[in-house]
Design a protein around this ligand. Structure first.
Ligand code: HEM
Ligand code: HEM
Length: 174
């Protein structure tokens, strides 16, 4: 079996990573903006990109079930292999939960939800307690996701500093 991820896996990985980083940047900025067109536009972009991550992750997960990851090097300590697998599995879960809770929060906010300008069915009522409830879960998920990204990136970087360690290259096209 190859020791590298396939080009498709790399493309999906780096596209998702870029979108997630962008969503954090927009998410944190938009909630601080005063009510007005800039805030509305930032929320709309955040929702559209977030829904893109949802679709991308569902598709990626389906693809991943049919394409096993390259076997980890046998030199990798067992605890690191277990931690890496746990982090990867939790990523898939959170990258579905995060956008779904955002979508639910938005559905009960009294504002319409659009996907890049395309209005989505408005089935939710304006319900402030439900809106607040899903917002809290959305924020909680984002904190968990952030901790996971920290662990994941620290793990990846820790392999760069070890001479001869090629683990990061498994996810790099060169
Ligand atoms: C910020 C958002 C990120 C997310 C959501 C994310 C998610 C993931 C997931 C789900 C996998 C497992 C792929 C699979 O087997 O299906 C993975 C693998 C990997 N990621 Fe990330 N990642 C992110 C950022 C990064 C960054 C910034 C780096 C590099 C510094 C990185 C380096 C890697 C590497 C090297 C692997 C392969 C690990 C292995 O050898 O098995 N990731 N990532
Ligand atoms: C992977 C996808 C997503 C990520 C990483 C993400 C991340 C974030 C972050 C970091 C915040 C700021 C939280 C804070 O105040 O500290 C936020 C807020 C928010 N997000 Fe998302 N989000 C995602 C998807 C979505 C989706 C799909 C929607 C709706 C369709 C959505 C709707 C919202 C709303 C309405 C807020 C503002 C909550 C408030 O009023 O405080 N998000 N998001």
């Amino acid at each position: 079996m190859s020791s590298k991820y396939t080009k498709t896996a790399m493309l999906l990985h780096w596209l998702s990573a870029a979108l997630v980083v962008g969503l954090f940047a927009i998410g944190w900025t938009m909630v601080e903006l005063p009510k007005g067109p800039a805030r509305g536009a930032a929320f709309a972009l955040h929702k559209s990109l977030g829904l893109t991550v949802l679709m991308l992750t569902l598709w990626r997960f389906g693809w991943r079930l049919r394409h096993a990851a390259p076997a980890l090097p046998s030199t990798l300590p067992a605890w690191q292999a277990t931690l890496a697998r746990a982090v990867h599995a939790t990523f898939y879960l959170l990258l579905v939960l995060q956008p779904i809770t955002g979508y639910l929060s938005s559905s009960f906010s009294g504002y319409s939800t659009n996907f890049f300008g395309l209005p989505l069915p408005e089935w939710g009522t304006h319900d402030p307690p439900l809106n607040e409830f899903f917002t809290e879960i959305h924020v909680l998920c984002s904190i968990t996701l952030l901790l996971l990204i920290g662990t994941h990136v620290a793990g990846a970087i820790s392999h760069v500093v070890v001479p001869g360690d090629r683990l990061l290259r498994r996810m790099l096209p060169w």
